[in-house]
Design a protein around this ligand. Structure first.
Ligand SMILES: Cc1cc2nc3c(=O)[nH]c(=O)nc-3n(C[C@H](O)[C@H](O)[C@H](O)COP(=O)(O)O)c2cc1C
Length: 350
């Protein structure tokens, strides 16, 4: 049993978190991780407030363990989804990209707020604002890590802040967990590794592509959704890298997203204006690019379309070789981590 500030603060068995991933962290996957002793996080940015409430209630019907939601604060529906999570008294509210306005409200019902950061200066700021813990994302990670790798960023942030930090990016086994704890983290967050589990509904084509991939088989660029991000190398991803942003496709995708999220034209335009004002959304084409990325991402994970779609994934694809259940995976990783920690001194002095 590995006990840390993270397990004690949140009342979970193991220092392992399922990272919030839009469309992937379904109630089934979130509750499987919670029931296996980890912390499951439901990503809500791609859901309407009604879907968010339904998903939260479904998680509660599948597990009595603590869980969280992850909301990107600069996109459509952020205010509404956070409000639903607060009404539902979700134990952990994890946010990324943006400034949290809800910390006092979450604390009022005994909940905790977890900021996601990829820069040391953002970590210090999030602690000042009152966050209870931080997910710190390295360059190796799937999706939107920044330029510093976990090896540099985790100890740097650990010595800057007093709140517990959760290492995200590149972790897929017990060695990674042991190393993250030594670097100063209180837990790890895994995205890519949990995509390749029995309870993940990602299309088998992409699970198999991840299993076949080496550590070199990812691409990092802002061409996929407008922000620098990491995806799995696949025919579709390579085609997007070559052709760059297609403006007409992007505009079409933006309208499809408006439909998926059930947004009125007034709301859609107001959100576009808000995004352009934010630090991360200042590019004029940001929203269209994000929409384009979302549609192509859905093609990959739902339809398994390797030619048109692409899938966010981290460098740890190189270390993923099987499709276990979440419980098998968590039990194995914790046993490996305990073993690594136990035998470290012996190995080093031998
Ligand atoms: C398919 C996919 C979708 C993601 N969606 C989100 C998201 O909606 N919000 C967020 O904060 N991070 C998102 N991420 C990033 C993860 O939360 C996490 O930081 C990352 O997966 C950690 O790196 P790893 O994949 O190496 O474990 C996503 C990652 C993947 C693979």
């Amino acid at each position: 049993m590995i006990k840390t500030k993270f397990t004690e603060m949140l009342g979970v068995q193991h220092p392992i978190m399922l990272a919030g991933m839009n469309w992937i962290t379904t109630p089934k996957l979130v509750s499987a991780v919670c029931n296996a002793g980890g912390l499951g996080i439901l990503a809500t940015a791609a859901s309407t407030p009604e879907e968010t409430r339904k998903n939260i209630q479904e998680i509660r019907s599948l597990t009595d363990k603590p869980f969280g939601i992850n909301q990107i604060l600069i996109g459509p529906g952020a205010k509404e989804n956070v409000a639903v999570a607060i009404e539902e008294k979700v134990p952990i509210i994890n946010y990324s990209l943006g400034k949290p306005w809800f910390i006092d409200e979450v604390h009022a019902y005994g909940g905790k707020v977890m900021g996601t950061v990829a820069l040391a200066r953002h970590a210090a700021r999030a602690e000042q604002l009152g966050c209870d813990m931080l997910a710190v994302t390295g360059h190796e990670a799937a999706a939107h890590g920044d330029v510093a790798t976990s090896m540099v960023l985790i100890p740097l942030v650990a010595s800057m802040v007093k709140i517990p930090i959760i290492a995200a990016g590149g972790i897929y086994d017990g060695r990674g967990v042991a190393a993250a704890l030594l670097l100063g983290a209180s837990a790890v967050s895994m995205g890519t590794r949990f995509i390749v589990t029995q309870e993940s509904d990602v299309h088998d084509n992409f699970k198999n592509l991840i299993i076949k991939a080496s550590e070199q088989d990812t691409l990092y660029s802002d061409v996929f959704d407008g922000m620098p991000g990491r995806v799995l190398k696949s025919p579709g991803a390579e085609a997007i890298m070559k052709s760059g942003l297609n403006l007409i496709d992007s505009m079409k995708s933006a309208l499809e997203i408006k439909k998926i999220l059930n947004l009125s034209t007034t709301k859609f335009l107001a959100l576009s204006k808000d995004m352009m004002k934010s630090e991360e959304g200042k590019s004029l084409l940001m929203q269209a690019r994000q929409a384009n990325g979302t549609i192509k991402h859905l093609k990959a994970l739902r339809e398994g379309d390797e030619k048109e779609g692409f899938m966010f994934a981290g460098q740890c694809v190189g270390g993923i070789q099987d499709i276990p259940t979440c419980k098998e995976l968590i039990d194995r990783i914790i046993a490996e981590a305990e073993n690594e920690i136990e035998s470290a001194r012996q190995k080093i002095s031998a």
